[in-house]
Design a protein around this ligand. Sequence first.
Ligand code: MRU
Length: 343
Amino acid sequence: MKPPPNIAWIGDAATGHLRLLDQTRLPAEETYLECTTVQDVWDAIKRLSVRGAPAIAIAAAYGVVIAAQDGPEAVPAACDHLASARPTAVNVFGALDRLRASQPHTPDALLAEAVAIHDEDRAACLAIGEHGVRFIEALSEDRRGVLTHCNAGALATGGVGTATAPMYLAQQRGLNFNVFADETRPLLQGSRLTAFELAAAGIDTTLICDDMAAHVMQRGLVGLVITGADRIARNGDTANKIGTYNLAVLAKHHGIPFLIAAPTTTFDLDCPSGADIPIEQRDAVEITNGFGKPTAPTHAQLPDLGTYNPAFDVTPAELITAIITDRGVVDPVDEPTIARRLA
Ligand code: MRU
């Protein structure tokens, strides 16, 4: 069983539209959103129907094609609007810059550019797999577990994922390994998406709650942590789903390599360090009323109860063993090595 296709352009450039798998409904339902306006695409990004840094970029690129169907004058405003949906993942800004710069602003030309962005991401995922599989090959016999967080898989990209790319390749090569998927509070991308995606692909996958990661590490069940990234600063500090930093600290304590897997489109060389990465704050309802069930005192019960819901955290470069990119592995994780790898 393969996960359903997450992003597809339907029809021709002049009259077609964007079809998105609604990831908020997974794994219970496989439903699709038919996006025919720029606002439809913006809404899908905002509410995480399409999510994951590369997938957001690809969806936004197709959103610009929809704008161009109203004439070239609609394109710059559409790019600005789509860029405002979510602030942390940098890939979307790079994709929108490419569409702004691409000429002419006709549906045909912009669709070609959007398809190129989609295809390049698919290729980047495969390359990340090739560069990253050696870390799974190197796992010792008694510690075959690879722990991952959030969903940096096929659902989050145009291809086989970033953190998952080495796993899919390891599976193809018949390597003996298993995956621990963190459930990833508050929106459960790990349990709803990663566990679904990997187990459906036949990879030996065990779902754990986020607060079980220390325990499985202490028990010697984890030999490697691999997560994705939403933005990597010039010095290697990396923003990813909230809870990633916890894992890096735990991995260091337990002497476990902590890897980030990301395409070069996730690096932001204009961003000096993690302190400069904007962190998206999301609605409190995600932590007080997740999936429609009250999980905290209501406002009526305790009006003074505060909430804090940052969607991402920043892992400092010194906690990252290596970054697997489509252009090879960044190791050590520092500014000169990143600059050389991306040159
Ligand atoms: O809020 P989300 O679900 O968009 O967060 C996604 C992540 O943090 C992923 O790990 C990251 O975008 C990498 S996806 C290849």
